[in-house]
Design a protein around this ligand. Structure first.
Ligand SMILES: Nc1ncnc2c1ncn2[C@@H]1O[C@H](COP(=O)(O)OP(=O)(O)OP(=O)(O)O)[C@@H](O)[C@H]1O
Ligand SMILES: [Mg+2]
Length: 505
């Protein structure tokens, strides 16, 4: 069958010359100079390849009609011709992998000749790469290429390592994982603190209940101007902008909950794109009120014990996280520190940021406790949690009822919750007194709970409503949390009410 032999020889010629070009042109040798002095080696003869291919053809595809065989051979050749010059760069880019070369050259060849086409293509690609790698100039070129890419890889690794820090030891990583699971379990539920109202569950999954809150966009703006329009950003945006944040917000505005949310997301590594870098951080939640009775504030090695975590890390574990910038230090409630201990708290924070400048810090406080530029000299940026807008309130009510439904096994009660939700949404948008009350998460939570507890009969009289609110906001909440008034003086409810009225006025 001289016809087939001719096409086969043509195919082999095409393949061989494609590979020959790859090694000979445009830059032979290691490819370092355009016109090398060394004579160029000769191109391999296509005869041997044609013979190998021809053998396969007669052995395995003898029964295939000749025109099918010719078509398959021509199709493979067309692929090589269309691909043009297979220069070395191109083959290096394919990692010298014949299969990847075949994938690049392959085009559909349906019909009886399909498997012949596949086999020829595979053989030709393998041969092409083989010829390139066997060529005397190849070793030199590959060595140069490899040295360069190793160099590039090393630079990349150094760059990444600079940013990520050294790789923690396996034991440290295992501990980190154990601690993360602990934080996840202890922080995944939202406490409706103070809501000791009848039927309402006192704990819900934070995921369902949590709503994103807004803070003042420009630091040092919102304080004292709750109704002025100020630029707002999400708490996440504010956090993304700084490594040291002083988060200010009045009672019940969601500071402690945000701290908990940050700890939970760090432990789960579930921050979104905006805070993606925070997913590398290990959270340390330090509630300042817990240290009031302690002799001194905790050092990094004491962080876990101080936070009541019953896990003991190896010595130096926390310290190296802080030093490497992989620690998220969450300090909650500067206002909960009695006045006489404020100076020591300030000194403690200053010494931490001095010793561990790469760690991230979020410090929360009610606005009355410290001025806005507190710690500004240490690079802290202040943002204030803003009063909730109408949309936030609606979102809150929706999330609250979602959580309640989730926690509620009885289908009829779940149906009732739908009705409670609708009636409350209507009430907050139609009753001004409710609208004015519902400006922070705590008050929203109270309204939701009252509404459910009283089966949609929210107190009509303003006084009664405020009484119920105050009851929770002042007495229950603070006594449950064992907060005493300023400087150890406990205020009675009447005194607190009077105080609050004056503040409100
Ligand atoms: N982002 C939020 N999403 C849903 N609910 C929230 C959110 N923030 C706060 N809450 C609800 O409001 C309650 C009070 O919030 P939180 O304790 O965080 O306020 P706070 O600013 O820390 O108050 P304080 O100054 O009294 O410590 C929470 O128990 C929770 O029920
Ligand atoms: Mg708090």
């Amino acid at each position: 069958m001289p016809g087939l032999e001719v096409v086969m020889l043509r195919l082999a010629g095409t393949v061989v010359s494609a590979a020959a070009k790859a090694v000979l042109a445009p830059r032979p040798g290691a490819g370092l100079v355009p016109a090398p002095l060394r004579p160029l080696p000769k191109t391999a003869s296509p005869d041997r390849l044609a013979k190998v291919l021809g053998q396969r053809l007669t052995e395995a595809y003898g029964s295939l009609p000749e025109h099918e065989r010719t078509a398959a051979v021509d199709a493979v050749r067309d692929g090589f011709t269309a691909a043009g010059e297979l220069d070395a760069e191109r083959l290096f880019a394919l990692a010298l992998d014949p299969d990847r070369l075949a994938a690049e050259l392959r085009r559909p060849h349906p019909g009886p000749g399909e498997s012949l086409y596949e086999e020829l293509l595979t053989l030709c690609c393998a041969h092409c790469v083989e010829q390139l790698t066997a060529h005397p100039s190849f070793a030199a070129r590959a060595a140069v290429k490899q040295a360069r890419s190793a160099d590039a890889a090393r630079e990349l690794i150094e760059d990444v390592r600079d940013r990520v820090g050294p790789r923690p030891e396996a034991a440290a990583l295992a501990f980190e994982e154990k601690y993360a699971r602990y934080v996840e379990q202890t922080h995944s539920r939202l406490e409706l603190f103070g809501l000791t109202l009848g039927r309402s569950a006192s704990e819900w999954p934070l995921d369902t209940a949590y709503i994103g809150l807004a803070v003042s966009g420009e630091p040092r703006q919102a304080v004292g101007l709750p109704h002025a329009r100020v630029a707002t950003v999400s708490a996440e945006q504010a956090l993304a902008g700084t490594d040291r944040l002083l988060l200010r917000g009045p009672a019940g505005s969601g500071k402690s909950t945000l701290v908990q949310w940050l700890a939970l997301n760090a432990a789960r590594r579930s921050f979104g794109a905006e805070l993606a870098d925070w997913n590398r951080c290990v959270p340390f939640v330090l509630r300042l009120r817990a240290f009031t009775a302690a002799e001194s504030l905790p050092l990094p090695q004491e962080f876990l014990r101080a936070a009541g975590v019953p896990l003991s890390p190896a010595p130096g574990w926390a310290e190296s996280l802080l030093a490497e910038g992989r620690a998220l230090i969450l300090v909650d409630g500067v206002d909960e520190v009695p006045m006489r201990l404020r100076a020591r708290t300030e000194a403690w924070l200053k010494s931490l940021v001095t010793a561990f400048p790469r760690a991230r810090y979020v410090v929360t406080t009610r606005p009355s406790a410290v001025s806005e530029d507190w710690l500004a000299g240490r690079g802290f940026v202040a943002h204030s949690l803003l009063p909730m807008e109408r949309e936030d309130v609606r979102a809150f009510v929706a999330h609250w009822h979602d959580s309640a439904r989730l926690a509620c096994p009885a289908p009829d009660e779940r149906a009732r919750l739908d009705a409670y939700e609708q009636s409350l949404l209507t009430a907050v948008s139609s009753r001004r007194d409710l609208g004015r009350l519902a400006t922070n998460p705590l008050m929203c939570a109270l309204l939701c709970a009252l509404n459910r507890d009283r089966r949609m009969q929210l107190p009509r009289a303003r006084k009664e409503l405020y009484d119920a609110a105050l009851d929770m906001l002042l007495v229950r909440r603070d006594t449950e949390r064992e907060i005493t008034g300023v400087e150890g003086v406990t205020l009675t409810r009447d005194e607190q009410t009077a105080l609050l009225q004056r503040l409100a006025y």
